[in-house]
Design a protein around this ligand. Sequence first.
Ligand SMILES: [Zn+2]
Length: 485
Amino acid sequence: MIWGLSYNQFMEFEAVIGLEIHAQISTKSKMFCRCDNDSWEKEPNIHTCPVCMGFPGQLPVTNEEAVKKGVVAALALDCEIPEYCKFDRKNYFYPDSPKGYQISQFDEPLSQNGKIEFDMGDRKVKVGITRLHLEDDAGKLTHVRNGSLVDFNRAGTPLMEIVSEPDMHSGDEAEAYAREIQKVLRYVGSSEADMEKGMMRFDASVSIRPKGETNLNHRAEIKNLNSFRSLNSAINYEIGRQTELWEVGSPLDGPSTIGWNDEKGETYFMRKKEESDDYRYFPEPDIPPLYIDKKLVEGLKTHIPEMPGVKKKRYMEEMGLIEDDARILSGDIRLAQYFEEVVVATSDSKKAVSFINTVLMKHLKEELINIDDQKVTAGMMSELIKLINSGEISNNLAKGEVFEEMYKTGKDPKEIVEEKGLKQVSDSGAIEVACKKVIEENPGPVEDYKNGKDKAIGFLIGMVMKEMKGQANPQMVDEMMRKML
Ligand SMILES: [Zn+2]
């Protein structure tokens, strides 16, 4: 110590972050019973039965669909799938858990040793996936003034828990990782991962070490973060807090479980962290171990689509898209499928990008809807682009009047063009007449052009387009105008 300061104040620190992601598996029924798995905005406690309510003597039966979707997600995250895995009881009391234990997987999980890679700006980040295992969810508590209400609709919902290696070092990295996982789960159809509906939640473990060291120090686990924003903010807050503790020479003296107060923007202490011993795990006696056939795994592998990162790279390398466009289009599998359909039909990736990423996307963003919830199908979009490419309508009319009408009514673009009489005029006679008129009426700009002001021709062409209500073939107008001048 010098003058009461710790040497640590002169050291540089690095944060070490690992995430546990819980994602609800998209199945019709719950993990071990036939109750409806959709509890969103339902009347409380209507999707319950003796199994998910933990009545004595009931026998849970494993949901095959949930296992398959878990395997698919694990494969997409490059995990190994052992032939054998089992379920275990994780014992703890909590009022929203009617069984008094959670059915999870302890030492023999569904999958392990995976990894995921993604871009952050121009940097590649690789995060190891320790394991992806299956478990069931608890119910939901709502705290009211005089007590707490419990809703068991969600109790027994199938979950995947995806545990990462402590490979991240900032809130931004953790957020980018979580967003990538969300994309992958949606791509393979294993989870809708809708944060608003609580289908994806995070626990983030944060610890600090002097830069250059490789050991792991005591961590604080921030529980139950339910948005990307709170994940990022909570981690950054916790990095700041623990760094200060290091600087004054009193880092965490044991693992702890903490919470995040979104309003205050602070973490708060909940309890000393429980270790696995505290849960008295033991093999679930009512559920036989799972034997996962290699053939089944091979079969499921064939259903895994091209992953978002690979797709993005292909869009850039093979189709010449700029990174921003490629990232947006590959970010959602439905959008990517739509885009690819239009490209196949039109062989015009440039127009496909421009119509989807700017024209259509503007509406989707304004209305906060996704591509499946609007009327312009990929087929209609392709037709529209073909009408431009065959010279039947101008690009401007297609992007403006025709598209707007398609979007509003779901009508075929050809029909709209005919109904509204928007067909592009490629008749050189009509174009010549209009050019002549514009030249006569605008002697100033004509003079300017002749004196070498090349810009003036743009104005004249614009006047011709206006004269012909935007329906003239712009290339022909350009040629005609230059010829006549
Ligand atoms: Zn049930």
